[in-house]
Design a protein around this ligand. Structure first.
Ligand SMILES: [Zn+2]
Length: 189
């Protein structure tokens, strides 16, 4: 809790701060905000891992999909793994909360899930050596991406797209495994 003096101090300095900014910096900040779109809608919600190494490739990929300024973005460690209670069940709850808000507020039509190669979350949760076997790594990601795919489809009338980004920046589409495939778990063990 701020003391009254603290509030006064902040108030004075905030006015000075804002005066210093106007019109230059604030004008440029306002200009960088995309114009409001009809109905306040976005095309998609994107879920990616937090890993900084892949953010540029992911942004570029989304731009190539004509999604720039048309998506909400949530980043959780492990991306698809976050829908499987990693590192806490609260992270799964967080994802559903964000998806629900994106759906309610921006009327999104699809969810884009982006996993990536050499993911530290997968190493921690599944196998520290996972990234050393690229075939198995893809299979494990496909499994959890597919789990996420079906979980989202069960709850929301949206399209779900799955992707896997490699260390050299390639973004590969992943087809969801069939829901009826009861051997999914065995395939990755
Ligand atoms: Zn990661």
């Amino acid at each position: 809790m701020h003391s009254p003096n603290c509030r006064i101090y902040w108030g004075i300095n905030r006015r000075l701060f804002l005066r210093a900014l106007i019109p230059g910096a604030i004008a440029s900040i306002l200009q960088s905000v995309p114009p409001a779109r009809a109905g306040n809608t976005a095309t998609a919600l994107v879920l990616s891992c937090i890993d900084f190494r892949f953010l540029e490739a992911e942004r570029s990929f989304l731009a190539l999909q004509n999604l720039t300024n048309h998506y909400d973005w949530t980043a959780l460690a492990g991306a698809s793994l976050a829908l499987n209670n990693f590192p806490q069940s609260a992270d799964t709850t967080t994802f559903w909360d964000q998806l629900d808000l994106s759906y309610q507020l921006h009327h999104i039509k699809k969810v884009v899930l982006i996993d990536h190669q050499d993911c530290g979350a997968y190493a921690r949760q599944i196998d520290p050596l996972l990234s050393q076997n690229s075939d198995r790594e893809r299979q494990v990601h496909s499994y959890y991406l597919s789990q996420a795919y079906w979980a989202i489809c069960d709850r929301y009338p949206v399209n779900v797209e799955l992707y896997f980004v490699t260390l050299n920046g390639w973004v590969e589409p992943i087809l969801p495994m069939a829901r009826s495939d009861r051997t999914l778990k065995e395939k990755i063990d």
